[in-house]
Design a protein around this ligand. Sequence first.
Ligand code: GLU
Length: 269
Amino acid sequence: MLTRFAPAPTGWLHLGHVLNAEHVWGSGARVLLRIEDHDRERSRPEYEAGILEDLDWLGYHADVSGGRQSDRDPIYRDAIEILRARGLVYACDCTRKAIAARDRARGAAPVRASSASRDDELRYPGHCRDRGLPLADGYGWRVRVEPGVERFVDERLGPQAQDPSRQCGDFLLRDRRGNWTYQFAVTVDDWRQGIDLVIRGGDLLPSTGRQIRLARLLGRDRPPTFLHHRLLMQSPTQKLSKSDGATGVRELRARGWTPDQVKDAARRG
Ligand code: GLU
């Protein structure tokens, strides 16, 4: 089995990552380390260096390097080409504001993909599907998502059923600023890098159906196995945030904690 640890270099390593690393390295699978810097505006080299240094200090060593997403542009373009050839991708010039306003005009409550969606996208019913806008920079690129339920068995939570057309609709693969989205980059990478076990926090559970769908549209014949573990919470309703210095591995190191103390705190948290 090959699993992965996939931090975004948009902040320092914190106890939430350590809990994830405990699950990933504790799974017995081989581990690929991938730097998820698809968001070019928020990713910083100093965060990447800090994350790698903290992982090393904690004793988490990867078996395989998955590189950085920012170096994988040709791979993402190849994947877009597969979808384009099947008529499954289209350009869109809708702003979030316009999508929300149309929702309101229809009298629908503003629907979010999920409160925890990484791209924080609204449900997109396909307004630009047939407008024939060019697949070019300056436009969002979306995938056509037809109704249909995706079923999978989470290794911890059991059987799940999600209909991405109801959750998020035609979701973004690339945004108008030219960033590949989390959903697209992670699906392509997990497929192309041969990941067959995905271990991550429960905040990403709502993303799983759409990633399984997208992987199938791309041609992946067997989805990975998924395990979504509990999250460390700051309070009963708020998950741990990257900016919370009190849980940063750097700060804990500076206070003299040992790697084992940090891991214990993450496991107990
Ligand atoms: N890059 C994501 C993060 O920083 C993880 C994505 C995933 O595990 O699917 O949390």
